[in-house]
Design a protein around this ligand. Structure first.
Ligand SMILES: NC(=O)c1ccc[n+]([C@@H]2O[C@H](COP(=O)([O-])OP(=O)(O)OC[C@H]3O[C@@H](n4cnc5c(N)ncnc54)[C@H](OP(=O)(O)O)[C@@H]3O)[C@@H](O)[C@H]2O)c1
Length: 247
């Protein structure tokens, strides 16, 4: 029986990816910054471990405690939105620590066992915002675009060892806690110069007629990346992400 380790399972995509793999008879190591046992159905195939992707010791302990794993899903991530002129550099650093450096560090921690076994899959959840120069999300886009490039090189570097690496690019998924969790990192929307751009962005984000991404889309994309040896390197999750990719 195969084992997947997923980061950021306390809500949203991570929680649903964990549930999806559990329902398909995988062993699941669902990691969370603050572990909760009431979110997923009890199962002998489920382990819940603490993991803060910004903390090296936490990563090392979680990977040790998890034992052999067949796939890792770097899903943990945080959002931010602000005009470049008004970005808080502390916030930019926090976003890169989680989205970019956290993903790199967790990947690095699993590679030795993947290389020794000549098998393993790394799935990095980035975003379809990397496809378009959207205003106000420069730092978030940059943090995810860096992961796209990192993963491209990783895939080329480790293919000879039987290891695969993929990026899953979801579109906008209003059903998760992403917006709510990122609220404290949104700045400058009421600034005189930038308010019109912010309003335009907000109305496009709240347009009920626009296609969106569902958690099921992300579940299926991650499942394809992990289980299909011929899965494409980039997998777009959601109707909106696929439409942008086709533009
Ligand atoms: N929703 C969207 O529109 C969308 C679109 C494209 C891509 N994405 C990406 O999809 C991924 C999942 O987001 P989501 O929509 O499911 O949002 P979410 O509901 O906010 O989930 C984010 C998860 O990441 C965890 N996390 C944050 N910082 C962490 C850290 N330092 N260490 C470990 N876990 C941490 C959160 O845990 P806590 O409960 O501890 O905060 C939470 O479990 C993110 O990488 C996001 O960038 C989201």
């Amino acid at each position: 029986m195969k084992t997947v380790l997923i980061t950021g399972c306390s809500s949203g995509f991570g929680l649903e990816i964990a549930r999806y793999f559990l329902e398909r008879d995988w062993n699941v190591v669902a990691t969370m910054r603050s572990p909760r046992t009431d979110l997923l159905p009890a199962s002998a195939r489920l382990r819940i471990l603490p993991l803060d992707v910004t903390n090296e010791a936490s990563i090392r302990q979680a990977i040790e405690a998890a034992g052999p794993i067949d796939a890792v899903v770097n899903n943990a991530g945080i959002g931010t939105a602000a005009p470049v002129e008004l970005l808080s550099m502390d916030t930019v650093r926090d976003v890169f620590e989680t989205n970019t450096f956290g993903t790199m560090a967790v990947t690095q921690a699993v590679l030795p066992q993947f290389r020794q076994r000549k098998a393993g899959v790394v799935v990095n959840v980035t975003s379809s915002v990397t496809l378009k120069p959207l205003p106000l999300v420069s730092a978030y886009r940059a943090s995810k675009a860096a992961v796209n490039s990192f993963t491209e090189t990783l895939a080329a570097e480790v293919a000879a060892f039987g290891i695969r690496a993929h990026i899953v690019l979801p579109g906008r998924a209003p059903d998760t806690r992403f917006g709510e969790n990122g609220h404290g990192r949104m700045h400058g929307f009421d600034h005189e110069a930038y308010a019109p751009i912010a309003q335009q962005l907000m109305s496009s984000l709240t347009d009920a007629s626009a296609p969106i991404t569902k958690v099921e889309d992300v579940n299926e994309a991650v499942w394809q990346a992990v289980t299909d040896a011929h899965a494409p390197f980039r997998i777009y999750a959601g109707a909106d992400a696929r439409a942008w990719a086709a533009e």
